[in-house]
Design a protein around this ligand. Structure first.
Ligand code: I6G
Length: 776
């Protein structure tokens, strides 16, 4: 194949894969496979820049358009839709359409969600995207071609064949909820602008002057119509959209053809019931008469078509007044603000409480008691305060202060700085939270801990509802989860809602729960960030509670899917004295855990000195450095007692790395940590291999090239050469970039100079002799 043919084939494959992934939501290759093809294309295009074309998948992100967004006059105006708010309104619209068509026949209507995004028009000429524009005022919009090109669900070139020479498609650019939440979460964590809703996020992303920024935002385009079309398309709107879909553009997966007014209202009700669980925001349903002939016959009233309308669902955002801010205490003691609101109907329900996340969020919003605030309730997330309407302030608003004492137990509330752990020792500040220090002495924390402890996926204790837990805690019959196992029938009988039989059943259920799988028990402990899956991983990998309690961060990091954050949460939980006491009490009360003697086979897989050193946070020593170090020392102890001279003999170790190693070797805490980890590897039965030279102890210098120069006084050159060759080294006559070590005796000349120039390690005779002695 010629490069041109190769490039063309790769483009076609990538286009097909992108279509399957972004438009049909049904990929047939893995992301890695796609990336490989993409890199192949990039490489070929780099070799043959003359073959790069605008419609290549590598050309989505272009340069910033200079001078902002140019005006685009729409050849076919972009219209608006009339709105309906009730089934009766829909019936009236339908009746008007029948009247206009002078028929009483049932009409075929295409119904689809009204996505909450931005209307955009995209023009294809000869199948190639040439321009994209915003709706603007309907007559004139803005040219946002550079930004729309970055949206992966928008083909730069239409698929298949048979498309009109000029085809303008219209639709909505929107941001799916998951992408929006992730974008805002990242923005909150990094102190950037937080968007009020997915629509604003989509608008903000499209209005970027830098297409690179737009490309980084999770935008999608869904087509719902046409503008300029140079050839005939099918009479049916539904068929037209399906044809456009086959050319590579996304259409709504919820689209349906319905007949008759009742079917229209049924569709509206069905989609309304699904609204919260859809992966994107919608604000209604669009109904369109399916036949273009009928559409043309009905025409327009002012700027709205008579053949289409929008049914509007209740708004997902409303304004109301912030009456007060209360603080709730969660299972882990986090004290979080809750907005108490003047009740307001939003997203289909009456809302009187909303989350404010944390004090940082209150500060970001500058929310004050008495403020008018925008509440958003969309999807299955809890209602949120997203904005303060500062224009409506009258000066009577009061600032919100975090409590200094826990509103439930009165214990101190401490401010905890949140850190995000990166690789190694890197930590980033991520705002702060407030936490009640009362632990299980705080009734709010104890109640939550107990509710979690007895829940179905945890200890699965039947017959103990939230109300009973509250009473048990309020009457001080229980002070820790362990006390559950000391409850008597009489005590249960004293609670509301229990009779002889139900009280006895509860006591039996508690006794029955004493025998439990390790995974469930670990989940029941309620360690922050440890859900069922992680609890199972801990149990399956480590086998016993004792090992889980003692596991160090580095051991936990060897477990599948456990990262730094979770590993730290686990060790933090286990090192807490309150938690240790509760666990000891539970074991004393006879909890029987199903445990296994050994750790999992996966965890047994060998750990080498190189692995240990790689995870030891030595700056300037990554995987290769760790391997080089490990190839030079037999045991951890030997490494820990290394000095500068020994380190300087480690092949290919930079002087920066040597310095870093020498520094950590002076750090008693660091040294103790390595020893403790080694002890744990042995104790837990992990396969700890710290034998010297994993590639064979006889040939420690295998693969290395040494050069001898100058006079060696204690031995002849040939003697030295023999010794080196016996250790596996190749001894060369000249210095090059491939040389690993130069041994320079007195009188060394140009070879020594070259070695120094190339930064190659140089040993004098004394160092060389020491090295040879160590090898014996
Ligand atoms: O704003 C709109 C959203 C969705 C529309 C629309 C639509 O169809 C699903 N269709 C038309 C014809 C117009 N605006 C004018």
């Amino acid at each position: 194949m010629t490069p041109e043919q190769q490039i063309s084939a790769l483009r076609e494959q990538l286009q097909q894969h992108a279509y399957r992934y972004y438009v049909l939501d049904d990929p047939t290759v893995t992301d890695a496979e796609y990336d490989r093809l993409y890199r192949d294309l990039e490489a070929l295009e780099q070799q043959h820049p003359e073959l790069i074309s605008e419609d290549s998948p590598t050309q989505r992100v272009g340069a910033k358009p200079s001078g902002g967004f140019a005006e685009v006059v729409h050849e076919v105006p972009m219209l608006s839709l009339s709105n309906q708010f009730s089934p009766e309104d829909v019936a009236a619209f339908y009746r008007r359409a029948q009247d206009g068509l002078e028929t009483r026949d049932e009409l075929t209507v295409t119904a689809e969600p009204k996505l909450d995004g931005l209307a955009v028009s995209i023009l294809y000429e000869k199948g190639v995207l040439v321009r994209a524009a915003t709706r603007g005022d309907g007559a004139t919009g803005e040219d946002i071609t550079a930004n729309v090109r970055t949206i992966q669900s928008v083909p730069l070139k239409l698929l298949g064949s048979g498309w009109p020479e000029r085809l303008e498609v219209r639709g909505e650019v929107y941001m799916p909820r998951a992408g929006f939440e992730a974008l805002n979460e990242h923005a909150r964590a990094t102190g950037q602008k937080v968007f009020v809703n997915p629509r604003n996020a989509a608008a903000g992303s499209l209005r970027q002057l830098d297409p690179q920024i737009t490309a980084s935002r999770p935008l999608t385009f869904c087509c719902y119509g046409t503008g300029v079309v140079s050839d005939d398309l099918p009479d049916s709107y539904f068929e037209t959209l399906n044809l456009i879909n086959s050319w590579g553009l996304k259409i709504s997966s919820e689209i349906a053809q319905v007949t008759g007014v009742e079917a229209c209202n049924d569709y509206i009700a069905r989609l309304g019931a699904k609204r919260d669980s859809l992966p994107f925001d919608i604000d209604g349903v669009v109904l369109k008469l399916d036949s273009r002939e009928a559409q043309e016959q009905l025409g327009f009233r002012a700027r709205d078509p008579r053949w289409a309308t929008a049914y509007k669902y209740p708004a997902q955002e409303e304004i109301t007044q912030l009456r007060d801010v209360d603080f709730q205490v969660g299972r882990t003691g986090a004290v979080t603000p809750v907005a108490r609101l003047e009740p307001v109907f939003v997203g289909g329900v009456t809302v009187s409480n909303a989350t404010l996340h944390n004090m940082d969020e209150i500060a970001r919003l500058d929310a004050r008691i008495g403020d008018w605030v925008v509440i958003r309730r969309a999807g299955d997330v809890i209602p949120q305060v997203v904005k303060v309407v500062t224009d409506r302030r009258d000066g009577s608003e009061l600032p919100v202060h975090a409590p200094e004492q826990c509103p439930v137990c009165g214990a101190d509330v401490e401010r905890v700085e949140l850190v995000k752990r990166g690789k190694g020792v890197e930590q980033r500040q991520q705002g702060s939270i407030y936490r009640c220090v009362g632990r299980l002495g705080c009734s709010a924390q104890l109640k939550q801990a107990l509710i979690h402890f007895v829940s179905r996926k945890a200890m699965d204790i039947d017959g103990l509802g939230d109300k009973a837990v509250e009473q048990l805690v309020d009457r001080e019959l229980i002070k820790s989860p362990a006390d559950l196992f000391k409850l008597t029938v009489e005590q249960v009988l004293s609670l509301e809602g229990y009779a002889e039989l139900s009280a006895q059943n509860l006591i039996d259920a508690i006794a029955g729960a004493k025998s439990i799988s390790l995974a469930r028990f670990v989940y029941a402990m309620g360690i922050p960030e440890v859900g069922e899956e992680t609890a199972r991983t801990l149990a399956n990998s480590l086998g016993t509670l004792d090992r889980i309690r003692r596991a160090q961060v580095r051991t936990l990091l060897r477990l599948p899917d456990i990262g730094l954050e979770v590993a730290h949460e686990i060790t933090h939980f286990m090192s807490d004295v309150h938690n240790q006491n509760v666990l000891d009490q539970l074991l004393e009360l006879g909890i029987e855990l199903e445990e296994s003697d050994s750790i999992s086979a996966k965890l047994q897989a060998s750990v080498s000195l190189a692995d240990l050193l790689e995870g030891a946070n030595i700056s300037a020593v990554a995987a290769t450095g760790a391997k080089n170090l490990a190839s030079h020392f037999v045991t951890l102890d030997e490494f820990l007692s290394a000095d500068g001279a020994q380190l300087s003999m480690v092949p290919k170790l930079s002087s920066r790395a040597i310095e870093a190693v020498l520094q950590v070797l002076q750090d008693a805490e660091w040294v103790a940590e390595q020893k403790a980890f080694e002890a744990q590897l042995i104790d837990f039965g992990m396969h700890w291999t710290s034998e010297k030279h994993s590639n064979g102890a006889e040939d420690p210098l295998e693969g290395q090239t040494w050069v001898l120069t100058g006079t060696l006084e204690s031995m002849g050159r040939s003697d030295a050469k023999n010794r080196l060759q016996a250790l596996g080294a190749k001894v060369a006559g000249s210095v090059s970039a491939n040389t690993d070590v130069v041994v320079a005796g007195p009188g060394a000349g140009s070879k020594l100079a070259k070695a120094e120039q190339l930064g190659i390690r140089v040993l004098d005779e004394a160092q060389f002799l020491q090295f040879l002695n160590e090898q014996e």
